[in-house]
Design a protein around this ligand. Structure first.
Ligand SMILES: Nc1nc2c(ncn2[C@@H]2O[C@H](COP(=O)(O)OP(=O)(O)OP(=O)(O)O)[C@@H](O)[C@H]2O)c(=O)[nH]1
Ligand SMILES: [Mg+2]
Length: 344
């Protein structure tokens, strides 16, 4: 493990690949790796790319990475697929599409898929991001498929989030349905070469106008809205809606410019620190949640848990009572209720 860590810190591709495999497959490996690498992280600009299946995220990632490489930046890419139970196969398509980048030592591409729980995938993703960060990649692009809670969770690991829509993916703009519009820093309407893209731009425009973010109309197709910061004051970032045709590399220069501008905005406004704080809070809570549930599973057998669930379903007991019974298995609960003054 120590050798691998040293290799990662040197930015060696083989070491990175091997450590990522360990991190993906074992929670304790993830813990060891993150503990060792953490002091070397915090340098990377993490960019999340999310949106419905087939909207062109991988194609966009490929184009963004190419442009960042032209600027001399090292780029790490993680493609996350929560819906796929297998690593690799499901995302082979991504690798093929990203072949432009193959052979470039300034780019590292990795696909990750769910093995078991979504919480596990989210945790592995957070750890993998740290591995790439410590390995010195200035930009880390994290592609997540779909628009569910899992994607939103993973997207929360990013400093800058792109939500990618495309025409012809159903009548409504999918981001709105899943509520992922709220996490967007930049909206991309890809497949601008297809009919209906103007309509998607307009409906996004309308949503930003009507939504809680308020908004101001800008010239042409570019729509802007101002996100109120947590403290109620305007953060000053205008969410752009950018049309793009990723398959032809059109609109991607402007996209990369906006990504850089968002980074500059975060740094100048002090929002970078706020986001770091939020990212860390979210990660801590996710880790804690996983650990606490794991503790519960150790303390209470699956059969016992099933019996409780059955009792709740049969209306024999209510869910609150069931949860109280489960919580009774936690030593911490005794401390809180004062039954045991000194545990652990
Ligand atoms: N017409 C058109 N097709 C595009 C464009 N961008 C991507 N595509 C095509 O759309 C299909 C899906 O592209 P991907 O980049 O794999 O989309 P994705 O969002 O990564 O897909 P998943 O990872 O499966 O969710 C591919 O056949 C691309 O060639 C575009 O701008 N215009
Ligand atoms: Mg993809």
């Amino acid at each position: 493990m120590n050798e691998l860590i040293a290799g990662v810190l040197d930015g060696r591709a083989r070491a990175i690949a091997r450590l990522l495999t360990l991190v993906e497959n074992s929670e304790s490996a993830a813990e060891t790796a993150v503990t060792a690498l953490y002091p070397h992280t915090g340098q990377a600009h993490i960019i999340g790319i999310t949106g419905p299946p087939g909207s062109g995220k991988s194609t966009l990632v490929n184009e963004i990475a190419k442009r960042l490489r032209q600027q001399g930046q090292r780029v790490g890419i993680l493609a996350i697929d929560p819906s796929s139970p297998f690593t690799g196969g499901a995302l082979l398509g991504d690798r093929v599409r990203m072949r432009d980048l193959a052979g470039d030592s300034g780019v590292f591409i990795r696909s990750m898929a769910s093995r078991g729980s979504l919480g596990g995938l989210a945790q592995a993703t957070w750890a993998a991001i740290k591995v790439l960060d410590a390995a010195g990649f200035a930009k880390i692009l994290v592609e997540t498929v779909g628009a569910g809670q899992a994607e939103v969770d993973i997207a929360r690991a990013a400093h800058t989030t792109l939500v990618v829509e495309a025409p012809g993916m159903g009548d409504d703009v999918q981001a709105f349905k899943a509520g992922i519009l709220e996490i967007a820093d930049i909206l991309v309407v890809n497949k601008a070469d297809r009919p209906g893209s103007e309509r998607v731009v307009r409906s996004l425009e309308l949503m930003l106008h009507l939504g809680p973010m308020g908004g101001t109309r800008h010239h042409g197709r570019i729509l802007t809205a101002t996100i109120p910061a947590a403290n109620g004051t305007s953060s000053g970032w205008q969410i752009p809606v950018l049309p793009a045709t990723a398959s032809e590399g059109r609109g991607t220069a402007e996209l990369v410019t906006q990504i850089q501008q968002h980074l500059a905005h975060l740094q100048m406004s002090g929002e970078w620190q706020e986001r770091e704080q939020e990212r860390c809070r979210h990660e801590l809570r996710q880790l804690l949640q996983m650990r606490l549930l794991a503790r519960l599973d150790t303390a209470v057998s699956q059969n016992e848990q099933d019996a409780l669930v059955t009792a709740v379903a049969a209306r024999e007991i209510d869910p609150y009572t069931a949860v109280r019974q489960l919580l009774n298995h936690f030593p911490a609960n005794h401390e809180v209720s004062g039954k045991s003054a000194s545990t652990t």
